[in-house]
Write a protein that binds this ligand. Sequence first.
Ligand code: UDX
Ligand code: ADP
Length: 463
Amino acid sequence: MSITKICCIGAGYVGGPTMAVIAQKCPQIQVTVVDLNQERIAAWNNEDVTTIPIYEPGLAEIVAEARGRNLFFSTDVEKAIDEAEMIFISVNTPTKTYGKGKGMAADLKFIELCARQIAKVAKDNKIVVEKSTLPVRTAEALKSILDHTGNGVQFQILSNPEFLAEGTAVSDLLAPDRILIGGDTTPEGEQAIQSLVAVYANWVAPEKILTTNVWSSELSKLTANAFLAQRISSINAMSELCEQTGADVNEVARAIGMDSRIGPKFLKASVGFGGSCFQKDILNLVYIAKSYGLHEVADYWEQVIIMNDHQKRRFSNKIVQTLYNTVADKKIALLGWAFKKDTNDTRESAAIYVADDLINEEARLTVYDPKVSFSKILSDLDYLESRTPGKNKEHIAAAATAYEACQNAHAIAILTEWDEFRSYDWQKIYDSMQKPAFVFDGRNILDVDQMKAIGFVYLGIGA
Ligand code: UDX
Ligand code: ADP
């Protein structure tokens, strides 16, 4: 079946950019992105494309090109479902915060709501595509809901995991390493798979489009994220050993990365990985392994998270210890709040946990991030529920520039690798600070010799 109308439920970090690129590359397909969140949809429809709700390099230009032509953003979920032959589900699947699997399993309530809504509205056969990261066998649950509550129409469920990384979403979507599509091995399943293959074939080479069964596809996504996160925890574990022994973790990473069997990517020691996927997906994997009684498998992957939590705590402890074991009432500037550069997303950002630890030590924090608002920073801290929201506000402020954030500070903690941090007038910053002036570079992005020549006490990850 040749697809002419696509609906995507969920206008977030995955749904928004993915659908914008599909619309740009497939002008013959009408793409409608729907969301329950009216404010979010209104923002996607803002005339000024620079104010769309998600910041991603290159995205505003694509939205400007396709919006109103064959890309639409709407809150009319039912109409879009009714009209589409293919429905992508890109709603959020956070870690459960209650009940069975609390803190580990993925919360599928948003997915289930979508399934029930599709079943209620659909009057003709539909292909339903899972785009959100989901635990294996979610497709089975989706199918069961659709088949039992639908109007007798046929549903084909496909798994099409998203591998884009935030900050590079547009280039990842335009030139993906691979596209993975899982479906039923029946003739109808195969036909549905081919319909989606045909959509991607508008811009992706056929040899990069892999097809498989639904379970393998679902599990591949969790496995890819677990492997990537494991590399970061592995190099972060070595960073602690380097700090104790005087080896340089960047040199170690360079040396092992040149081994073609290992490769150079994802070996950057840092204050810890963040983002909406890695922790959630590994916890999910751990939960699945445990539910099958595979305790060694579960423990093995859980260690990646344990190491990451340790790295974040170790970083804040180091700040406190270095500043003569007390940061009470000392101003500390935090540069960066997003979980990585080139995004305004802060989910699971290491900055949140470092700030929380420092507030426990009664520090006064001033944050500068080029893309994150102060209200977001406050709500991230309030969400931890470590103290009352009013108390967070007493300890943290935002600055309009990094220069302002650093003025009179005792120390700077670099928590996101924004490019602009590299080109600052660091002499000017040093002159405005309390002495000795400390820099804790959680991303190892500054020139160590230059910083030391200025007079900074410089401590990087692994140094
Ligand atoms: C990740 C996967 O890369 C992507 O394929 C999947 O679809 C979603 O999850 P994302 O979370 O957007 O993407 O960003 P990613 O670039 O993977 O970075 C995750 C975290 O790891 C960030 O906090 C980043 O700063 C950190 N990181 C990454 C390191 O600390 N060191 C590295 O070497 C690489
Ligand atoms: P992701 O990073 O997975 O894209 P986001 O939280 O950025 O996650 O986006 C998910 C979006 O899905 C949110 O904007 C949320 O409002 C939307 N959403 C969740 N459930 C539904 C639903 N049943 N119908 C429509 N939109 C939904």
